[in-house]
Design a protein around this ligand. Structure first.
Ligand code: AMP
Length: 222
């Protein structure tokens, strides 16, 4: 049996990690593993971890490695990850990257590629602060760039219940960008040093980025 593929998507908030991870799920049968989604689920469920994470997330700062790693390990222990994973929003610190290496090594696995989605910071505040999703199917929309064909109705499932993330406002996005540059951007050099770094221009059309990522995945997948 071949080893499961392990991909990491790196990039600031708004770079399109979540959008592209969902497309890679569709295209390659991999499983998106978003620590942001897992943390938001913990907050919504009111778990101990969720209670601790809530204020930190609303301030646009990083949740402790301890909480994030516990949540991630639980998720990685589930059987559906066996074909491979796309890590979206993880690792975000040097400590998390080292912990991931340890987890993978223990399972006889490795990172196939850490793909940096290259974008202009300036554009990210506008991208993130206008975005919202369908509460029923999760389809993403944007106030300016991607409105539903019929206002108030999801194109994909017909739902009418839309949600915005509590941290998707201009002020918090600026904090999240700062956290990205201080704590996460150094991981680009870390994965370059390991020989698994890939870069992709992520300012263009979503479909073009999907195609570019697809070529990388075909080349690096186990
Ligand atoms: P995201 O959905 O990836 O934009 O993450 C939303 C928020 O969840 C971040 O601003 C952090 O507060 C928290 N978060 C998500 N993933 C991590 C992580 N790997 N390490 C620390 N905090 C995280």
């Amino acid at each position: 049996m071949t080893n499961p593929t392990v991909l990491i998507l790196l990039g600031p908030p708004g770079a399109g990690k979540g959008t592209q991870a969902r497309m890679l799920e569709e295209d390659f049968g991999l499983v998106q593993l978003s620590t942001g989604d897992l943390l938001r689920a913990a907050v919504a469920a009111g778990t101990e971890a969720g209670k601790k994470a809530k204020a930190v997330m609303e301030a646009g700062q990083l949740v402790s490695d301890e909480i994030v790693l516990a949540i991630l390990k639980d998720r990685m222990a589930q059987p559906d990850v066996s074909k491979g994973i796309i890590l979206d929003g993880f690792p975000r610190t040097a400590g998390q990257a080292a912990a991931l290496d340890g987890l993978l090594q223990a399972a006889g696995q490795k990172v196939n590629a850490a793909i940096s989605l290259e974008v202009d910071d300036e554009a990210m505040v506008g991208r993130v602060s206008g975005r919202y999703t369908c509460g029923s199917c999760g389809e993403g929309y944007h106030d300016e760039f991607k409105k539903p064909a019929v206002a108030g109705t999801c194109d994909k499932c017909g739902g009418s219940d839309f949600k915005r993330r509590a941290d998707d406002n201009a002020e918090t996005v600026r904090e999240r960008l700062k956290a990205y540059h201080a704590q996460t951007a150094p991981l680009i050099a870390y994965y370059d040093g390991k020989g698994v770094l890939e870069k992709i221009d992520a300012m263009g059309a979503i479909a073009d980025i999907r195609t570019g990522l697809g070529s990388i995945v075909k080349r690096v997948a186990a």
